[in-house]
Design a protein around this ligand. Structure first.
Ligand code: SF4
Length: 292
């Protein structure tokens, strides 16, 4: 699902003069000016690592002065995103496939860390063709697994990890994936996000897996104001009733992959721009710059 997709480096769009596109291109000026902003910030002796972290998440300092969205607005935002986005994440596809199983969701989630969706999807398919279940994967040579899942990032580490996980499943859970969060995070190398993904996509149990997309999107819009994915998960669980939890990861990840991208989000065409703190700040700054 690209659930932990790294920041993508997108080429800048070329100058266009079609009306809607023209506005989008003007917004690029904002990003081209970032190095100058950083120089000014240096002179102000502000902590650069903090600024870098904020920029990475797309949360500029001024955005923090904006009010957070109400619960009602946060629900409306989900509906607006649902109408706009198309397609599924890799985990969405694997979780809804005819041959889906919690085991496949678990292993695919481990492979997806810092790897793009199409790479994860293809690697998962190759792996499950040769090792369809925990019984076969637990007896595999980690070096062979690493070669099969290549070019997944950290394929050597992940190859060993999925074999180790399969061994634990065989030895402690009779080859089944546990359906309790506390048992899932006890598996080798499985953290909160992976455990929550297995609950949502493998078992259909309500949980909110938070990856870099979910963290960035919910902070940019102003649904939450948090510093870590874990804080974001806690806040989202308070804001949204449980009936929405199953959808949040799928909607925000697809939205983050296609519209609210890490670099150059497609704000002028975004369905939630009227409810977005980042848009308000970016465009008021943009207008000021154009007027100057
Ligand atoms: S307007 Fe849309 S694309 Fe732009 S930052 Fe807000 S949510 Fe993301």
């Amino acid at each position: 699902m690209g659930i932990t997709a790294s920041l993508e480096s997108k080429p800048r769009p070329s100058s266009q003069h079609v009306s809607g596109q023209h506005v989008a291109d003007k917004s690029c000026l904002r990003y081209q000016s970032i190095p100058h902003s950083l120089v000014r910030i240096l002179f102000c002796a502000i902590d650069l690592s903090k600024i870098a972290s904020d920029l990475e998440c797309g949360i500029l300092k001024q955005n923090k002065l904006e009010k957070l969205r109400t619960k009602r607005e946060s629900v409306a935002i989900l509906d607006l995103i649902r109408v706009k986005i198309t397609g599924k994440t890799t985990l969405g596809k694997i979780g809804s496939a005819l041959d889906s199983s919690p085991f496949r969701v678990l292993i695919s989630t481990v492979l997806s860390a810092r790897t793009k969706d199409p790479v994860t999807e293809a690697a998962s398919q190759r792996l499950f063709r040769k090792f369809p279940d925990s019984s076969s994967l637990s007896q595999a040579d980690p070096r062979e697994v690493a070669q099969i899942i290549r070019p997944v990032l950290y394929h050597n580490v992940k190859g060993k990890r999925v074999v180790d996980i399969s061994k634990v499943l065989e030895q402690q859970f009779s080859g089944n994936v546990p359906s309790k969060f506390e048992e899932l995070i006890d598996l080798p190398g499985v953290g909160r996000k992976t455990a929550n993904c297995v609950l949502v996509y493998g078992f259909g149990k309500p949980a909110i897996p938070v990856d870099i997309h979910v963290h960035r999107v919910s902070n940019r819009i102003g649904i939450v104001r948090t510093k870590t994915p874990e804080e974001t998960e806690n806040e989202l669980c308070k804001i949204y009733e449980k009936k929405y939890w199953l959808d949040i990861n799928e909607l925000f990840v697809r939205f983050g992959q296609t519209i609210c991208k890490p670099v150059l989000p497609m704000c002028p065409n975004c369905p939630v721009r009227k409810l977005c703190n980042y848009y308000r700040f970016e465009f008021s700054a943009e207008m000021n710059m154009l007027r100057a």
